[in-house]
Design a binder for this molecule. Structure first.
Ligand code: FAD
Ligand code: EGO
Length: 470
């Protein structure tokens, strides 16, 4: 099925480097505008491949990502193949399960299959006659002066291609970004966290999901964390996050079982004892990196989007969503500046850098907070507090997770508002604390011996409240 682009076909060539999630979506955006779009992707066509290797099998798609898909008419196609997760399911060490909704009825995140999403986006890009997909093309080098790119083909031969605009969507280890780092006044930072991740499959039981499907299952164990997202084939993909040091300490099947007995007891019968012993050693734990840089462009020639511009740790479920939102933001700036690359690129950097840096920081903040003191009790307590404060003051207090996940509030604005809300909450706490002190003093005068029993637990509680605010 071929479709004609909106507007006349322009001569300008846009090279999208990387045919991953963001590259494939971006190809649709540029094709829709009528550019000659050429996508270059290292891998062979994943639609033909039997097994697609790569990280994370499924992902949480939320509002920002959906809005970006909607723009190119892909929202319905993708969401209809996603599994809604209306709430978190928190698993305690004893196996007790508790749910806390994400928000109102329509507020849910979707578990989507990465490979399927990528394939559908590639197929959609191909329906535009002005798009060409070039697989087995690995970018080796390019020139910021001329826009000339050198690709190595699968057979080792080289290919040189010129483009008017190069869009670097080649992921966290971007070859496009390499040229940026050679230039003056380019800011760059990357941090590997001490944790790695490992994916384990939980098969169906009697043809049905082994756990309730419409939840994001979470086992918060401070430094050890596990989550599970449902798949259409009724399996769950469990992702275990743990320091590399701890991954390495486990060297035998029996040690795996021992570890799971201690921390994730309820999952052993669901994953299966033998599968667990085997799958743990199938693949090594994989690293996670956080990358921030700026600017995102060079002149009117090149721009970075997605993980190439901002790899974030996966503790907010926002990496792809942020990358998809990049496409909307770029598209909006294209409208504002009449597709004049020399004006669009700097403006894109100006508006997008603060937001992408904010989500990188928020994701890192969640990682640090969760590994430091989030067990199942604290997780539940925190989310109940969030929901309760929102219930008390629905217009004033909106949980940060809600702003990030269910709105298109600019990430940096969400952070600002979060700090502002904290001040409001602190004032409220001060007010109640004053009341409590006055009430307490009164009780102390009236009834001295009993009060110590009250003050000690109150102090413990207060130190937790302080932890909550920092
Ligand atoms: P990629 O998906 O990495 O695609 C880059 C593409 O470029 C690849 O196809 C690659 O082959 C190609 N390429 C690389 N180098 C070259 C080259 N030199 N020449 C040509 N092509 C090249 N995000 C969410 O929103 N929700 C989640 O729940 C979520 N969970 C995650 C869980 C884990 C464990 C991890 C690691 C990440 C998770 N993410 C999540 C983040 C998400 O995976 C990324 O943000 C997203 O894949 C970024 O897409 P991208 O297209 O920018 O990069
Ligand atoms: C106290 C309690 C402080 C990814 C809870 C912070 C992330 C963080 C990795 C979940 C949901 C989509 C995710 C919540 C917090 C995906 C997510 C959350 C994980 C891990 C994830 C939530 C894939 C942090 N969203 N989230 O509120 O449910 O809260 F647990 Cl390890």
């Amino acid at each position: 099925m071929e479709k004609s682009a909106e507007g006349p076909t322009k001569k300008k060539v846009v090279a999208v480097v990387g045919g991953g999630l963001v590259g494939a979506l971006n190809a649709c955006y540029f094709a829709k505008r009528g550019f000659e779009v050429e996508v270059f992707e290292t891998r062979e066509d994943i639609r033909q491949a039997k097994i697609v290797k790569g990280r994370s099998i499924n992902l949480a798609l939320s509002h920002r990502g959906r809005e970006a898909l909607k723009h190119v008419g892909m929202e319905e196609k993708i969401t209809s193949q996603g599994i809604p997760m209306h709430a978190r399911m928190i698993h305690s060490p004893s196996g007790k399960q508790s749910t806390i909704p994400y928000g109102k009825k329509g507020q849910y995140i979707l578990s989507v299959d990465r490979a399927n999403l990528n394939k559908q986006l590639l197929t959609e890009a191909e329906t535009y006659p002005n798009t060409k997909l070039n697989f087995g093309h690995k970018l080796q080098d390019w020139s910021a002066e001329t826009g000339l790119m050198t690709f190595v083909r699968s057979d080792g031969s080289q290919d040189q291609i010129q483009a008017d605009l190069i869009v670097g969507c080649d992921g966290a280890f971007s070859a496009i970004r390499k040229q940026f780092t050679r230039r003056s006044r380019f800011n760059y930072s990357q941090t590997y966290i001490p944790h790695g991740y490992m994916e384990l499959t939980m098969p169906p039981i009697n043809g049905e999901f082994a756990m309730k499907p419409n939840y994001l299952h979470i086992w918060p164990r401070n430094t050890f964390m596990m989550i599970a997202l449902p798949n259409l084939d009724k399996t769950f993909t469990c992702t275990l996050f743990m320091p590399f040091d701890d991954f390495e300490k486990i060297t035998t099947g029996d040690e795996v079982v021992e570890f799971f007995q201690k921390y994730f007891l309820d999952t052993i019968p669901l994953i299966g004892l033998d599968a667990l012993k085997r799958d743990y050693f199938r693949l090594p734990a994989l690293p996670m990196v956080s990358i921030k840089c700026s600017p995102y462009h060079i002149g009117d020639k090149c721009v970075l989007m997605g993980d190439a511009a901002h790899a974030v740790v996966p503790f907010y479920g926002q990496g792809m969503n942020a990358g998809f939102e990049d496409c909307i933001v770029f598209d909006e700036v294209m409208d504002q500046f009449n597709e004049d690359f020399s004006a669009v690129l700097p403006e894109y950097t100006r508006v997008r850098v603060p937001d992408d840096h904010a989500i990188a920081d928020l994701a890192m903040y969640n990682y640090i907070e969760m590994r430091a003191h989030v067990n199942s009790t604290w997780f539940l307590f925190r989310k109940h507090v969030d929901n309760f404060l929102h219930f008390l003051m629905p217009k004033t207090i909106i949980p940060l997770y809600t702003m990030v996940t269910f709105t298109r509030t600019r990430y940096h604005k969400a952070v600002e508002r979060w700090h502002w809300q904290d001040k409001v909450i602190n004032r409220g706490l001060l007010f109640s604390a004053t009341g409590a002190v006055l009430g307490g003093s009164y009780l102390l005068i009236k009834n001295p011996p009993e009060i110590n029993k009250l003050i000690l637990p109150a102090e413990k509680l207060w130190s937790r409240v302080v932890a909550l605010r920092t």
